[in-house]
Write a protein that binds this ligand. Structure first.
Ligand SMILES: [Zn+2]
Length: 199
């Protein structure tokens, strides 16, 4: 059972004077047995502030899940001294590394969603009767882009960092078809209902 879910940080991305200012969305999930941070991001001051505001102790976190290996999503993982690191394939505990099956948490599904990167994964779970997908950079855009959430354009929009655009489109469809609310890696969360009808 998912006891708590919080979007701690809404990811952002903008270009200022030829420089990206960027940080991933960061989520907190509490299950019966685990406290999980998904994509701890790279802005450590902001993350520590949000943890404090939400009464979350860094030492209580036992898992960090990363959607993919881009640094703007993972740099802060070392703040969590008691946490094991998890991606879509492996569980890292210090120098120990095991392959996990994707059902490592009860009530959370880990899906392979390649295309932005080859190793990209997403999480899907139900909280307060809403099926939520933490999509990482399957969906992301910069702050100044105008996004029409309920149009099919969202599925086919360009990603200049994509490793395989066709795979990315399939991963986007998979998440839209299997969730009601999507949390992108950078940008505002959006409901999928209207978009799903168009697939
Ligand atoms: Zn990103």
């Amino acid at each position: 059972m998912i006891k708590q879910f919080k979007l701690l940080i809404e990811g952002y991305a903008s270009i200022v004077a030829n420089e990206w200012i960027v940080n991933s969305s960061t989520c907190f999930i509490e299950t019966d047995s685990s406290k999980i941070i998904v994509d701890p991001g790279c802005n450590s001051d902001l993350l520590l502030q949000k943890l404090f505001e939400n009464n979350i102790d860094v030492n209580d976190i036992n898992f960090i899940f990363i959607t993919h290996s881009h640094i703007d999503h993972i740099l802060n993982f070392k703040l969590f001294h008691n946490a094991k690191l998890l991606d879509g394939y492996f569980l890292y505990d210090g120098d120990r590394l095991v392959i996990h099956n994707s059902a490592i948490f009860n009530d959370i599904t880990i899906l392979q969603t390649p295309g932005h990167t080859n190793d990209h994964c997403s999480m899907i779970f139900e909280f307060n009767n809403i099926k939520i997908a933490i999509a990482g950079d399957v969906f992301w855009w910069s702050d100044n882009e105008e996004i029409k959430f309920d149009t099919i354009d969202l599925i086919y929009r360009e990603d200049k960092f994509a490793s395989d655009f066709n795979q990315l489109v399939e991963s986007r469809k998979l998440l839209v078809l299997n969730s009601e609310l999507i949390i992108p890696g950078h940008g505002k969360s959006f409901p999928t209902t209207k978009l799903r009808e168009k697939l």
